[in-house]
Design a protein. Structure first.
Ligand code: ATP
Ligand code: MG
Length: 428
C-alpha cells in the first residue's frame, strides 16, 4: 500500500461542517459590503515577485521572510503567492485604468500565503477580506472604513474589541521624525535585539512595532511621530476623530501603532482583542496615498483595510450561544423499484424547479435503510416512491422533524403543499 498523503503544514482543509460556517460568515460579509456600496474585484493568486517587493516594501516581515516565491519553470519568471491583497488590487486598477475620472470602492476576499510558524489564528494559507477605496483624499472615507468595521463587529456580535488609532503624517513629517528616531535608537543600540539593530537604519519605525518585551522601555521613550505632524495632517486626523465621535465609535490613540507595511501615511488603525492570545490584531488598515504612484499609476490617494477571516471567525463563533445552523435540505427522496426510479427522479427535478433543495437517494438499499439516510440528512420531509405509487402517479410525503401522517399526493399537489408547509405560501 502506498503511504498516506497529508496536506501542507499551516494550510488547512475546511471540511463540510466548517465550510458551511464559512459560507454563512461570507454571506453576512457580502451583505455588509453591499450596504456600503463596495464592489468586488478578483485578482490572481500569483503575481510577479517584484509587485510585492515594491508594493509591500523590501524592509517588511512579509518581503524579508514570509513570501512563497519561486521561479516559473517554463519561463524563469520570479513569481510569488500573494501574501496580501492591496498590491494586487492596485496593480489591477492601474492596469485596467479603473480610476479614469472616477474613484472606486472595492473589496476582495480569498486566500493569502505567508511562511510563518503556524499556531492558533496564524496559518501559512489564511484568508482575508479587504476593502480599498481608491481616489478619495478626504478624512471622511478613512472614518467610513472604521465605522463600517464597527458595524460588522456589531452584526456579528463580537465582544471585547478595541480600536487603536494613529496618524503617520506625510512623507516629509515622517522624514523629520525618522532622523530623530534613528539618533535616539543609535543611543540605545547596544540594548536593541537583532531585528532592532537590523531595522535601525532600514525601517526604524518598525522598531517601535516590536513585540519583544525587553525593548518596551526603549520604545516608550522614543520620539513620537504624532508630535511631528504638520497642520494639514493634524486637521485630517482630527476630522477622522470627529466623525468617529459622531458615529459613537470609541477609539484609543496609540502613538506606537505603525502597521507592518511600508506604504501607509496619515490614518492607521487596528482592531484588537484580548481573546486571541498573541494574535491580538484581527483587522488593520489605513491610508496609503503614495502606493498607486509607487506602482506606476497616476498619483491618486487611497485607503483600505483587511481582516483575517480565521481570527474574526474565531471571535464570532466563540461569542455565539448556539452554533451556526448547518445547511439542511427540504426533501430527501426515497425510492425503490424500476418504475419508481424514473418517476421519483422526475419528481425531484420538479421540486428543484420550484425552488426546493432536494437530495435524491442514490445507491439503492431497502426502504428502511433509505429512511435512515433521510433522517441523517437533516431533511424536513421524505418523499417516498415505490412501484405502486409510480403506477398511480403519486408520491408519499412524510414529515421527518415532527410527528405527522404520511400522505399520498400527486407531484403537482406536492409542490403546493411543500410551499405552504415550508414557506407559508398558499397556491394562487
Ligand atoms: P500579525 O502582526 O499578527 O502578524 P500582520 O500585521 O502581519 O499581523 P496584516 O498584514 O495587517 O497582518 O494583515 C491583516 C490581517 O490578516 C491581520 O490582522 C490578521 O487578522 C490576518 N493575518 C495576517 N497574517 C496571518 C496569518 N499568518 N494567519 C492568519 N491570519 C493572518
Ligand atoms: Mg505578520
Amino acid at each position: 500500500m502506498s503511504t498516506k498523503l497529508q496536506g501542507l503544514r499551516g494550510m488547512n482543509d475546511l471540511l463540510p461542517d466548517e465550510a458551511e460556517r464559512w459560507e454563512a460568515f461570507e454571506a453576512i460579509v457580502r451583505d455588509w459590503l453591499k450596504s456600503y456600496g463596495y464592489r468586488p474585484i478578483r485578482t490572481p493568486i500569483v503575481e510577479a515577485t517584484s509587485l510585492f517587493c515594491r508594493g509591500v516594501g523590501e524592509h517588511t516581515d512579509i518581503v524579508e521572510k514570509e513570501m512563497y516565491s519561486f521561479e516559473d519553470r517554463l519561463n524563469g519568471e520570479q513569481i510569488t503567492l500573494r501574501p496580501e491583497g492591496t498590491a494586487s488590487c492596485v496593480r489591477s486598477v492601474i492596469e485596467h485604468n479603473l480610476l479614469f475620472q472616477q474613484p472606486q470602492r472595492l473589496y476582495y476576499s480569498g486566500p493569502m500565503f505567508r511562511h510563518e510558524r503556524p499556531q492558533k489564528g496564524r496559518y501559512r494559507q489564511f484568508h482575508q477580506v479587504g476593502v480599498e477605496a481608491l481616489g478619495f483624499a478626504g478624512p471622511d472615507i478613512d472614518a467610513e472604513h472604521i465605522v463600517m468595521c464597527r458595524r460588522l463587529w456589531d452584526d456579528l456580535g463580537l465582544e471585547d474589541v478595541e480600536l487603536q488609532l494613529n496618524s503617520l503624517g506625510d512623507a516629509e513629517e515622517r522624514a523629520r521624525h525618522r532622523s530623530e528616531l534613528i539618533a535616539y535608537l543609535q543611543r540605545h543600540e547596544a540594548d536593541l535585539d537583532e531585528d532592532g539593530k537590523r531595522r535601525l537604519l532600514t525601517n526604524p519605525l518598525r522598531v517601535l512595532d516590536t513585540k519583544n518585551p525587553a525593548l518596551q522601555g526603549i520604545v516608550e521613550g522614543a520620539p513620537q511621530l504624532i508630535a511631528y505632524l504638520g497642520e494639514e495632517s493634524l486637521k485630517h486626523f482630527e476630522t477622522v476623530q470627529a466623525l468617529l465621535r459622531e458615529a459613537a465609535v470609541p477609539y484609543r490613540i496609540n502613538p506606537r501603532l505603525v502597521r507592518g507595511l511600508d506604504y501607509y501615511n496619515r490614518t492607521v488603525f487596528e482592531w484588537t482583542t484580548s481573546r486571541l492570545g498573541a494574535q491580538a490584531t484581527f483587522c488593520g488598515g489605513g491610508r496609503y496615498d503614495p502606493l498607486i504612484a509607487q506602482l506606476g499609476g497616476r498619483p491618486a490617494p487611497a485607503c483600505g483595510f483587511a481582516m483575517g477571516m480565521e481570527r474574526v471567525m474565531l471571535l464570532w463563533l466563540e461569542g455565539q450561544d448556539t452554533d451556526v445552523p448547518l445547511v439542511s435540505p427540504d426533501v430527501y427522496v426515497v425510492h425503490q423499484g424500476d418504475a419508481a426510479l424514473g418517476f421519483a427522479f422526475r419528481a425531484a427535478e420538479q421540486l428543484r424547479s420550484a425552488g426546493f433543495s432536494v437530495v435524491f437517494h442514490c445507491g439503492g438499499g431497502s426502504f428502511k435503510s433509505q429512511m435512515k439516510k433521510a433522517d441523517g440528512s437533516r431533511a424536513t420531509y421524505a418523499v417516498i416512491v415505490g412501484d405502486d405509487e409510480a403506477a398511480a402517479g403519486v408520491v408519499a410525503l412524510k414529515p421527518l422533524r415532527e410527528v405527522g401522517e404520511q400522505i399520498s399526493v400527486t407531484p403537482e399537489r406536492l409542490t403546493e403543499l411543500l410551499a405552504d408547509r415550508l414557506y407559508g405560501v398558499q397556491p394562487a
